[in-house]
Structure formats: structure tokens, C-alpha cells
Design a binder for this molecule. Structure first.
Ligand code: NAP
Length: 276
């Protein structure tokens, strides 16, 4: 699968797997575990989670589910903003590592900006890196001005900004995605298929029909059309996991892109970064 290179030089797959609301309901856990494991075998080895998900339940579920697959996986977790300060960050990271049954995180993200000064968060993240508990750190839900402030606060090693971005939410294209690209920081698109609620008719379907794929696959190929954007769809149905993997091979033509632009126009002015 096509890879995206992080500032540290590490390559990660352009499509991964999200886990929000995964592992919380015992009746669904078997299917969710099978879907995640199938995705990893297919190459969707980037797994995104957070201490917030299920109040730790999702990380614990992943700890059980990944088992012997841990070495194959690029594991991402996120810290609550209120836990990102001196002292608490280390404890939050240790708790995530314990639940995930691993000694290291490949990437640790600030979930959204909160009360802790960015310079203090950076210092804490760098200390975790030096201690070998995380391989890289990044942020989530930071808009352009926040990212510029982060750079001034010593955050040049930031590996990604994970943001809400999909065909129906193109706001980040106005200035955030260009700024990230200039800084060689890949964006990680969350909710890349609008939480399973893409429009059921229109341009996505027209393009999908032309390629013999689903509208969801078109939406994923569209989000990852730039070499600087990674997508982390969540899918608990194996059929969806397979489709998402195949979307990484789908090449959209300029005709496809023009039709999508006509139906879902790019932003013509700055809007505040939306978050879920
Ligand atoms: P999403 O990935 O856009 O959508 C997930 C929904 O889409 C599920 O209902 C899934 O169905 C369905 N789906 C997935 N692939 C499909 C396909 N090929 N065809 C049809 N339906 C498909 O939404 P999300 O879970 O909100 O976002 C993805 C991940 O981003 C999260 O899981 C989480 O890891 C991360 N995230 C981060 C933040 C943040 O603040 N940093 C916020 C939100 C999300 P099934 O499950 O039934 O297969």
C-alpha cells in the first residue's frame, strides 16, 4: 500500500483503522476484533485509539485483540488535554501502555487543545520519547494559528495533526492543509467517511459507478488523493475493512475530481476547524 512519510522518516500506510466506540459492547467485541485483525493482515496496520474511548475500554480491548500482532502495528493513542501537563502526561501514558499491553506507543497525540501551555506539552512529549515510551508525538484538532503557535513553542518535531476532514467537510483545505504541507507534517483525516453518513446519491455515486466501487471507497480515495494526507476510517464489518483497503489502490481521474468539486466545493474562505 502507498505509504506516507512522517517527519521522523518512518513510513506509515495511507489508510489505517480508527477505533472510536470499538470494544465497548461485549456483544460486538468478537466481530470488532475479527475486523481489526483482518485489516492488519491486509495492511491497514495503523491503528488509532485514545484514552478517552470507552474511558479506557477501547485501549484494553486493543491490548487483548492485538496480542501477537503488536509488532506489525503502528499504534497511535491520544491523551486528554487536561492530562497533557507536567507529571500527569507520564501517568496518562503509563496507563495507556498498561491497558494496551505494550511497552511503547508509535505515536502519542494531544487529543485537542486545552489548558496546558503548548510548550509544556512539547516538553512532556519529548521526555516520553527520550524514555522510549513513545516513538513520536503529534496533535489533534489544532487549527492553523494553533499549529503556528506550536511551531514557535518548540514543537517542530510534531508528527501529525489529526483533524476532521472528508468530502463534506473541506474547511481544512483553505489554509490548514497547505500550512501542514509546507511544514512537511502529514495530516491524519478522522471521520473520513463522515461517520458512515455520506450522502446516498450524487457525485460520489456517479464516480463510484464509473469505477465499479462504492461511494465510501471514492470518499476514501478522495481524502487521500494528496501525498500528505492519511485516513483512519473505522469499520467493524469485514466487508467494509476489505473495501477500505482496496480504496488505497483507487486512482481518481481529473474528471472524477471535477465532478466531486462541483458537488462539494472547496472552501473559498477561512472557517474555524470543526471537530467532533
Ligand atoms: P468514520 O470512520 O468516518 O465512519 C465510521 C462509520 O463508517 C462506521 O459506521 C462504519 O461502519 C462505516 N464505514 C466504514 N467504512 C465503510 C465502507 N467501506 N462502506 C460503508 N460504511 C463504512 O468515523 P469515525 O469513527 O468518527 O472516525 C474514524 C476514526 O477517527 C475514529 O474511529 C477515531 O479513531 C478517529 N477520530 C478521532 C477524533 C479526534 O478528535 N481526534 C474524532 C473522531 C474520530 P461499520 O463499523 O459497520 O463497518
Amino acid at each position: 500500500m502507498r505509504a506516507v512519510t512522517l517527519p521522523s522518516g518512518i513510513e506509515i500506510p495511507v489508510i489505517g483503522q480508527g477505533t472510536w466506540r470499538v470494544g465497548e459492547d461485549p456483544r460486538r467485541q468478537k466481530a470488532e476484533a475479527e475486523a481489526l485483525q483482518a485489516g492488519i493482515e491486509l495492511g491497514l496496520t495503523l491503528i488509532d485509539t485514545a484514552e478517552m474511548y470507552g474511558d479506557g475500554a477501547t485501549e484494553s480491548f486493543l491490548g487483548e485483540t492485538l496480542g501477537g500482532l503488536r509488532q506489525k502495528v503502528f499504534l497511535v493513542s491520544k491523551v486528554y488535554p487536561q492530562n497533557a501537563g507536567r507529571g500527569r502526561l507520564g501517568r496518562a501514558c503509563d496507563a495507556s501502555l498498561k491497558r494496551l499491553r505494550t511497552d511503547w506507543l508509535d505515536l502519542y497525540l494531544l487529543h485537542w487543545r486545552g489548558p496546558i501551555p503548548l510548550a509544556e506539552m512539547v516538553e512532556g512529549m519529548e521526555a516520553l520519547k527520550a524514555a522510549g515510551k513513545i516513538r513520536a508525538w503529534g496533535v489533534s484538532n489544532l487549527d492553523t494559528a494553533d499549529m503556528e503557535e506550536l511551531m514557535r513553542a518548540g514543537g517542530l518535531a510534531c508528527a501529525t495533526d489529526q483533524v476532521l476532514y472528508n468530502v463534506t467537510r473541506r474547511g481544512p483545505e483553505f489554509d490548514l492543509l497547505p500550512m501542514l504541507e509546507r511544514s512537511a507534517i502529514p495530516a491524519m483525516a478522522y471521520s473520513p467517511v463522515e461517520q458512515g453518513d455520506l450522502p446516498s446519491t450524487g457525485a460520489l455515486q456517479t464516480v463510484a459507478k464509473r469505477h465499479g466501487v462504492s461511494a465510501y471507497q471514492v470518499a476514501l480515495a478522495w481524502v487521500t488523493r494528496s501525498p500528505n494526507v492519511i485516513a483512519i476510517p473505522k469499520a467493524s464489518e469485514i466487508k467494509h475493512v476489505r473495501e477500505n483497503r482496496a480504496a488505497a489502490e483507487l486512482q481518481l481521474t481529473s474528471e472524477d475530481l471535477n465532478e466531486i468539486d462541483a458537488a462539494y466545493p472547496p472552501p473559498s474562505r477561512k472557517t474555524r476547524l470543526a471537530m467532533l
